[in-house]
Each structure stands twice: as C-alpha cells, then as structure tokens.
Design a protein. Structure first.
Length: 113
C-alpha cells in the first residue's frame, strides 16, 4: 500500500485532532480533580464534629437563657417612658404651685408693707 503525500497529511491532521481532543478532556479532568482536592482539604480544615456542635449549641442556649433573664430584669427594674413623663408632669405641677404660692406671698407682703 502506497500512500500519497495528501493522504499522510490527512492522517497527520486526524492524529493531531484526536490528540488535541484527548488532551483537552485530560486537562479538564485533571483540573476538576484538583478543584475537588482543594474543596476536600478546605472541608477537612473547617469541619466540626457532632460533639463540638452540640457543645456550641448548649453554650448558645445558656447564653440565650441568660439574656432572657437579663431582659426580664431590665423590664422589671426600669422606668417606662410613660411613667417618666407622668412623674415629670407631676413634678412640674408641684413647682408651678410653689411658684404661684411664692407670687401670692410676695403680693401679700407688698400690700401689707
């Protein structure tokens, strides 16, 4: 069998094309494998065991209970805005009455003297 130069060129082209396709898929497969290896290493470095997770959850529950107790205490021991305004208004009324009494005493003192 004798092949002409055009035939060898075609065989070389097909061989190069096949080699390129195989190289592409091989590179793609290796890239995916490397990516998966990085992801697995990241997971290995950052994973938490079930016991550790349970400990963290219990700590959080304890902290939340303490916060709830603190909020209840704050609600019981602090003055509400309405109470503050009511007290301020009562204080202002007393001061106004004292001022009025002082004015009456001054007027009464002037008419007597």
């Amino acid at each position: 069998m004798n092949f002409e130069a055009g035939t060898w060129w075609l065989v070389a082209l097909i061989f190069a094309l096949a080699l390129s396709v195989v190289g592409y898929f091989l590179k793609r497969t290796i890239s995916k494998t490397d990516e998966h290896d990085r992801d697995i290493n990241h997971i290995k470095q950052t994973y938490v065991s079930k016991a550790e997770l349970q400990n963290v959850r219990q700590e959080i529950r304890g902290d939340m209970s303490a916060l709830a107790a603190d909020v209840r205490e704050i609600k019981e021991n602090t003055l509400t805005k309405a109470d503050f305004y009511r007290t301020q208004t009562a204080t202002e009324r007393k001061i106004d009455k004292m001022y009025d009494l002082l004015l009456e005493m001054k007027k009464g003192g002037q008419s007597n003297g």
